[in-house]
Design a protein around this ligand. Structure first.
Ligand code: MG
Ligand code: ZN
Length: 239
């Protein structure tokens, strides 16, 4: 064995060990996620994991969604934030139960935190559970929470290249919501390029263009959520 081969062998050994450690952490989360998913399914719940950068309008979208869906879907929210329970208080104005998880220095939610928070809700009385993740487009992509759908938000003020800068997050999205479309012109938003970037990185995702502030485009989103909820209920009664 030459020195180079030896270096290679040591290098391989080290990288294998690093991967094993990461897999250990992830699989513990995956166990909790599977447990959550089974509980949610048994309750006929549609569960969303909502992700974005800070300031894309997750809380506004969730507040409006639950307010407008009153009488159509019974919703609740679990909100993750580094500090403060401002968002949970804001969402509670919609009348829906809102549970705050204050993560401190942790920049993402993990499945066991969501499981504990869900324990404070009457899951059988709900149709829709929305989890607002910590504002961060990087590491939350690595943590399954037991959700049915990953919803990634992008606001027109953030620029068209967001999907290119955070491809890992966008590749795992089931839904991409382009928010704040009422500000598109003022922000100089290039809609065609943005949609092209989303479709290129996330061809699997359903795309909605909305303004949670004015309500523009929101009805299509609600109708789609109702359809998905019916599909979950059909799955629960005919396993
Ligand atoms: Mg928020
Ligand atoms: Zn993190």
């Amino acid at each position: 064995m030459t020195d180079n081969d030896m270096q290679q062998a040591i290098g391989d050994g080290l990288s294998t060990q690093t991967i094993a450690v990461n897999e250990g952490i992830l699989s513990k989360n995956d166990l909790f996620a599977a447990r959550n998913r089974a509980r949610f399914k048994a309750s006929g719940l549609l569960v969303l994991n909502v992700l974005s950068s800070p300031g894309s309008g997750k809380t506004a979208l969730i507040e409006r969604t639950l307010t407008d869906l009153q009488g159509r879907l019974r919703g609740a929210v679990i909100v993750g934030d580094l500090a403060t329970d401002n968002d949970a208080k804001r969402i509670a104005r919609s009348g829906a139960p809102a549970i705050q998880i204050t993560t401190g220095d942790m920049c993402h939610l993990e499945a066991d935190m969501v499981g504990k928070a869900a324990g404070q809700l009457k899951l059988d009385d709900l149709d829709l559970l929305i989890v607002e993740n910590v504002g961060n487009l990087v590491c939350p992509s690595g943590y399954d929470l037991g959700e049915d759908l990953r919803v990634v938000l992008l606001s027109v003020t953030e620029g068209e290249d967001k999907p290119l800068k955070y491809p890992v997050m966008f590749k795992t999205a089931d839904v991409v919501i382009v928010n704040k479309i009422d500000l598109a012109e003022a922000a100089g938003f290039d809609r065609a390029t943005a949609l092209d970037n989303i479709r290129r990185i996330a061809p699997q995702a359903v795309i909605f263009e909305v303004s949670a502030r004015t309500g523009q485009g929101m009805e299509q989103w609600y109708a789609w959520l109702e359809q998905r909820n019916q599909a979950v209920n059909a799955g629960a009664s005919n396993p």
